[in-house]
Design a protein around this ligand. Structure first.
Ligand code: TXA
Ligand code: MG
Length: 372
């Protein structure tokens, strides 16, 4: 199977449809300042201000937005996702000066990170101010804040009261949505509006950094890599629970303890020299195919012809790690629609964005990995 290309909305693709009582607004980033788009975003913003829920595109994944300063809106978000309420939400802003109202202090290092990476795929943890309800932060006295670069997201935030709490717009336990169709699958009928802005450019959730501790600590790897953060800050650490997932240490980002991003079929990663990995996966598969099982394989363009008898899913070329990151979740979702009994996946170099790709793959596999 070919790696999917993005289906970014093109200019002029503005419109609305109704699916199971959820309005779907189609708005491309290029059209965001058109009169039609503005009217739709105004309507969506008003729904947020009045306590409703609007799913929207960002450069990472789609978010499920509600008014972050309204406890009832946050409770509705948890209910729509089926998410445990001890797992806090990220508050999204679209103007740096709005940060002061929701945090107690802004450490100097946070200023440096904002300068370097906002707007963009970086979330920071701050001590929260009293205005942020416990329902939004899962009872924590800190708040996670992100300023997305996606223009549709920015306009919705500004029109929706300037503080939009948004987890990824998937049902709890499913891979994060990177297209509006994924959000429709999971949440149509359960929320007021879905804004369809085409495929997410990056495809993995933002990097989370706790700037309330010294040295700052990465709680979730993403596009802003350890190397990029160190270049700005000097020393940066990684939550030990991420380095050593079998240690039993509790992750500092509550959401990282759940086995999400998980396809329904059992998944196993296989690591080693390229040809040895392919041979081993084929050897495993041969036994299982004999028993009448259906086997899925996650591979790349380079080796997609090398797994006869298996359902092969290519995440893109190994030469383009960003493409691999962008396609991963759509492929994990496709496994749920297919009837495979077991999935084997090749592994990826943990350099740069590869660290985030491997973090998500390991979680999808429930940490099951075969080292050759
Ligand atoms: O890219 C993203 O960050 C996307 C888009 C929509 O912005 N959002 C997203 O949200 O991935 P969510 O809810 O799926 O993941 C948020 C993560 C969870 O693991 C949560 O536990 C953690 O952030 N988190 C939120 N507030 C926190 C806090 N105060 N301290 C530690 N971790 C926190
Ligand atoms: Mg999520």
């Amino acid at each position: 199977m070919e790696a999917r290309t993005g289906d970014k909305r093109r200019m002029g693709d503005i419109g609305t449809v109704l699916i199971k009582n959820t309005k779907v607004f189609q708005i491309s980033e290029e059209d965001v300042n058109s009169r039609e788009a503005e009217a739709l975003l105004e309507e969506a913003g008003q729904i947020v201000r009045e306590g409703g829920l609007v799913a929207f595109p960002t450069e990472t994944v789609y978010g499920l937005g509600g008014d972050g300063l309204n406890a009832d809106s946050s409770r509705k978000i948890y209910a729509a996702k089926g998410r445990p309420s001890d797992n806090p939400l990220i508050v999204h802003i679209a103007d740096r000066s709005d940060l002061t109202k929701i945090v107690k202090e802004i450490p100097a290092k946070a200023e440096l990170l904002m300068e370097a990476f906002w707007p963009g795929p970086l979330t920071m943890i701050f001590p929260k101010s009293d205005i942020v309800p416990d329902a939004t932060t899962g009872g924590l006295d800190t708040v996670a804040v992100r300023f997305p670069s996606d223009k549709v997201a920015q306009q919705l935030i500004l029109k929706g009261g300037r503080y939009i709490a948004a987890p990824s717009a998937n049902l709890s336990g499913r891979p994060s949505p990177t297209k509006a169709s994924h959000v429709i699958e999971d949440l149509a009928g359960a929320i007021d509006v879905i804004i369809d802005g085409g495929s997410s450019t990056l495809g993995l959730e933002s990097t989370i950094v706790d700037v309330s501790v010294e040295p700052p600590m990465i709680l979730r790897p993403g596009f802003i890599t350890m190397e990029m953060l160190q270049e700005v800050l000097g020393e940066v650490t990684m939550d030990r629970a991420l380095i050593d997932p079998d240690s039993g240490i509790k992750p500092k980002a509550p959401g990282m303890k759940y086995r999400h991003y998980a396809p329904r079929a059992q998944m196993v990663l296989v690591e080693g020299e390229a040809q040895t990995v392919t041979d081993k996966i084929n050897a495993f598969a041969e036994e299982e195919l004999k028993d009448g099982k259906k086997i899925g394989v996650i591979t790349t363009e380079e080796r997609k012809e090398d797994y006869p008898g298996c359902q092969v899913f290519s995440v893109g070329s190994r030469k383009n790690p960003a493409e691999v990151a962008a396609h991963l979740y759509a492929i994990l979702r496709e496994f749920d629609e297919s009837d495979v009994d077991k999935i084997y996946s090749e592994v990826f170099d943990e350099h740069g964005i590869g660290a985030a790709v491997m973090n998500r793959l390991m979680k999808a596999a429930g940490q099951q990995i075969v080292h050759l």
